[in-house]
Design a protein around this ligand. Structure first.
Ligand code: NAD
Length: 419
């Protein structure tokens, strides 16, 4: 199994190389950033409800921890691999550096479809996985969070297992926990909220306003897509299409978002929602809308379909939904892409708040969380915009350059051991 096996890792690697060259980066620092610091592969044996034992493949990858403990989600999905996890860990390094957090980049996951397991099996799998990675995680070492296929309950099991191993409660080992065990107000909706903040900042730059004729399509209606839809709906935008893994639904007059949210909260698939037009996920991506939010998985817009994507603004809610070739094609035809490491950073910013609150055992109100989130997102957006103008590059490259600038400074100051 190789790091370079997935197109996602190759894409992240080539974006790093291209931004590093553009900014004339120290080649020794660039060389170090191309590889993860540490990658742990574990076997996760689980006794299934029928009495048989099945072993799942798990990973935790720490890409770079120059700025602080590792930070990054845990994904339960059938496509999880060492290479995909390493690509996501690399993106976390750049995201944390870009938005000024004292955290490094990490990611973890298990190759599994969580929908195939019962609650008891999921709990057993999460607890065994936690035990297997326990030696490299911890509030001062590496702090996991939810990602695709995991949620607050998964984090609660992880926190409990780690605490049992230590003999006392360690809430700071994970973020995205339920409020009752030390979670932060505002964490659940923070990523979607940050995506909408970025869309608003982009509209301000373009001297435009969101109105009831602003059309939006959202690919992926989960922890990121749902709150983004709710905030845009509240601002009066017309959300014409949303999708999940089963397919997409479309209404040119605008969907009833409250109804759609209630439907998915009951764990029902959009394919089964009555009274709406059903289209494919691919058709959703190609709709002629003002704003497209890819908020599901990576690699959904590539050089094969980028020329069919008509949206004026693309806000990358997911990690790596557009390949670098797709970014070039869409930028060349005048589309504005708000890059993932900026656009979906709201989640890690409020995770950082949760970590700080947990370490201090002192908790903030929702207004404080949302105001601080807004201010960091605004500052980071401006930083990327300035870089875009200075280097005459697209927003994606600008975000990488701004992030690499901070990382390079820190890595040079710390130096390399042994030298
Ligand atoms: P989720 O599991 O809550 O939701 C994922 C959504 O995408 C669901 O609607 C699912 O049905 C859909 N989906 C899954 N596979 C699909 C496929 N092959 N085609 C189309 N749709 C598919 O996950 P999430 O937490 O919302 O994460 C979505 C993306 O956002 C991921 O790329 C994740 O890494 C990124 N992200 C999440 C957070 C966070 O705080 N949750 C933070 C930053 C980035």
């Amino acid at each position: 199994m190789s790091l370079f096996e997935s197109p996602f890792f190759q894409d992240a690697y080539s974006q790093l190389e291209s931004a590093g060259t553009k900014m004339n980066m120290d080649p020794n620092v660039l060389e170090r950033l191309k590889y993860p610091k540490r990658a742990l592969q574990v076997s996760v044996p689980v006794r299934l409800d029928d009495g048989t034992v099945k072993v799942f493949e798990g990973y935790r990858v720490q890409h770079n921890m120059t700025l602080g403990p590792g930070k990054g989600g845990i994904r339960f999905h059938p496509h999880v691999s060492l290479s995909e996890t390493a690509a996501l860990a690399m993106l976390m390094t750049f995201k944390c550096a870009l938005v000024g957090l004292p955290l490094g980049g990490a990611k973890g996951g298990i190759k599994v479809d969580p929908n195939d397991l019962s609650r008891a099996e999921l709990q057993a799998m999460t607890r065994r996985y936690t035990t297997e990675i326990a030696m490299i995680i911890g509030p001062d070492k590496d702090v996991p969070a939810p990602d695709i296929g995991t949620d607050g309950q998964t984090m609660a099991w992880l926190m409990d297992t780690y605490s049992q191993l230590n003999g006392y409660a360690v809430p700071g080992v994970v973020t995205g926990k339920p409020i009752a065990i030390g979670g932060s107000l505002g964490r659940a909706e923070s990523t979607g909220k940050g995506v909408v903040f970025c869309i608003n900042f982009a509209y301000e730059k373009l001297n435009k306003k969101i109105t009831n004729s602003t059309t939006v399509a959202i690919h992926g209606f989960g922890k990121v897509g749902v709150p983004a839809a709710e905030d845009l709906d509240a601002q009066g935008a017309k959300i014409v299409a949303i999708s999940d893994v089963s397919g997409a639904i479309y209404n040119p007059k605008g969907l009833n978002i409250k109804e759609c949210v209630s439907w998915v909260k009951e764990r029902k698939l959009l394919r089964e929602l009555p009274g709406v037009e059903h289209i494919t996920n691919e058709q959703l991506l190609e709709l002629d809308v003002d704003i497209l939010i890819p908020a599901a998985i990576d690699g959904v817009v590539t050089k094969e379909n980028a020329h069919k994507v008509k949206a004026k603004i693309i806000a990358e809610g997911a990690n790596g939904p557009l390949t670098h070739e797709a970014v070039d094609i869409i930028t060349d035809r005048g589309g504005l892409i708000i890059p993932d490491i900026l656009c979906n950073a709201g989640g890690v910013i409020v995770s950082y708040f949760e970590w700080v609150q947990g370490m201090q055992m002192f908790f903030w109100d929702l207004e404080t969380v949302n105001t601080k989130l807004h201010d960091i997102m605004k500052l980071s957006f401006e930083k990327v915009w300035v870089c875009k103008e200075k280097y005459k590059v697209n927003m994606k490259q600008a975000a990488f350059i701004a992030s690499l600038d901070r990382l390079q400074g820190a890595m040079r100051l710390r130096g390399m051991w042994p030298g």
